[in-house]
Design a protein around this ligand. Sequence first.
Ligand SMILES: *[C@@H]1O[C@H](CO)[C@@H](O)[C@H](O)[C@H]1NC(C)=O
Ligand SMILES: *[C@@H]1O[C@H](CO)[C@@H](O)[C@H](O)[C@H]1NC(C)=O
Ligand SMILES: *[C@@H]1O[C@H](CO)[C@@H](O)[C@H](O)[C@H]1NC(C)=O
Length: 581
Amino acid sequence: MLRQARLSSRYLVLLLTPWPLLSTASAPDASKAAALNSDEFSWHKIAPSDELVWHDCYSGHQCARLKVPLDYENPDGASAAIAMRRIHSVVPHDSPEYRGPILASPGGPGASGVDFIQQFGHKISVIVGPEFDIVGCDPRGISRSTPRASFFEDRAERNLFWSTSGNSITASSSDDALARMWAQSMLVGRLAGERDDGNLRFIHSDYTARDMLRIVEAHGREKIQYWGFSYGSVLGATFAAMFPDKVGRLVIDGVVDSENYYAAECSNNLMDTEKVWTAFLNGCVDAGPTKCPIYSPTAAEIQATVDDLYDSLRKRPIPVRTATSYGIVDYDLMRNTIFVSLYKPFALFPTLARALADLSAGNATGLYQISEAPQFKCSCDLDEFSFENVNDGGLAVLCNDGKRISKSFEDAEKHYRNLLANSSWADVWMSACDRLACMAWPEFPKTNFHGPFVANTSFPLLMVGNTADPVTPLWAAKKMAQGFSGSVVLTQDSIGHCSLAAPSLCTQKHIRNYFRDGVLPEAGTVCSTDSGPFDALLEGQGVEGGGEEAQVVLGGFSAEDRTLLEAVQGLARAWDVPLGM
Ligand SMILES: *[C@@H]1O[C@H](CO)[C@@H](O)[C@H](O)[C@H]1NC(C)=O
Ligand SMILES: *[C@@H]1O[C@H](CO)[C@@H](O)[C@H](O)[C@H]1NC(C)=O
Ligand SMILES: *[C@@H]1O[C@H](CO)[C@@H](O)[C@H](O)[C@H]1NC(C)=O
């Protein structure tokens, strides 16, 4: 659904989530979740409570809605209700082995922790071990947590807005693309102000960090255990800086430079992006034509083919009809799809290689299907969509968190030029990290926490960074680590966004040891991955002989490691990880 919303709007910055990322403003991932679990559970049936009360939900999970102050400066006033979902620890809570809840955050901003638990909670649980509950929440303003941010009167208006004015523009698609983004962004800010019911100003990371502390306390615990990805690293760093004595275990993975984030700059994310794309080209050369259908003998030749495809789509977009939807494959779609595949190379590189090869033979269906979502239907069932996850929540967090930015078009151009001087992916990033949407944001007082990110925490932080992460460069993990005494940066020698984008037993064992035993890796530890991105084609896609080879690869592992490896590979191969993963 790239075509229905600007790429980012929702999962900007750190965009974690490539999938939902693509699946638009109207993105029914909340509704998808509801449909998948059409048992009798409904969030409407849970009354928000001051104490933590778990209700059975979905299949074998528990859900709760915890009341927290809407405004922490007026704690006895109105409440917000935070929606939470958990997977219970395998060991009983009264066992001496039980280690309490780990809060997992898929980032965004705007991603749903409740959906994250649904899709990946079980695998996360396998990684950290049976001693922990895995808990995900929808941060205030987002999806099932109330009050919700909404700048549109209904779903139809929201979808029309993004499909007619936005459309996944990349700044390089035409001479007026940036000007259009600017104009659209001015409207977004204005609508946000006009439709504000008075609650919008309370939706930001400072208050979400306070909510996280409430969640910890509601569990009867003193200190947090947390694993946050991408923008979830901003939340983690914010929590650690605000409440340094409340840190039990805190992992931030795919680390954002929080200072740059709170400055609303989005300007130093792309340091390693080109490395990931280069890895696609070189990986394809190494993999050969069977595993990589767009193969040529050199990277330069593959690049030339891709450039020809860009040119061709610029001149002649291609109509596509599939069994479930239809749309137009154009330059923007190709650019956005390639960018998103850099987040999850182990899931998408083989598919991308096939889709590009098909495209050069005139068949655009494969490329279209990478980001295909169901055609928007304007449902009359308001209940079904009342907790739908929409762009508005993520934008509220981004714009309330960040410092005010200039409304001038010239300044937007200057920002773009500066980005472009450092990265050829600046054109996609201008909408992926949608800071322009904040230009005309209502002028709420900026009293929220925005640093400094310096603290002696009650337990040292573990930061995890990949050597080639498309949007959260390793550099940022090293920078953030300087402020938190005793923290260690674990380097994963891989491409992709966040550690879970690539299968590494080594990394995930360090993370398990950290949570379970409080052991940090030695400074300078580097973990490698257990397979390459084009190997995925072997196991997943029925290439002859692939099954056997995959078995051999798994052969040398202990039963425990094999279980872990399966979880880790499953995460790396999943397309729709709502993380930046
Ligand atoms: C661009 O790259 C240079 C050199 O790596 C760096 O010093 C500068 O901060 C970068 N600019 C931005 C906006 O990231
Ligand atoms: C185009 O690609 C799609 C998806 O891979 C495939 O199902 C379809 O058969 C192809 N169409 C033609 C005409 O080859
Ligand atoms: C951390 O502790 C050191 C040593 O006690 C002290 O010098 C430093 O100021 C502390 N930093 C913060 C941010 O409290």
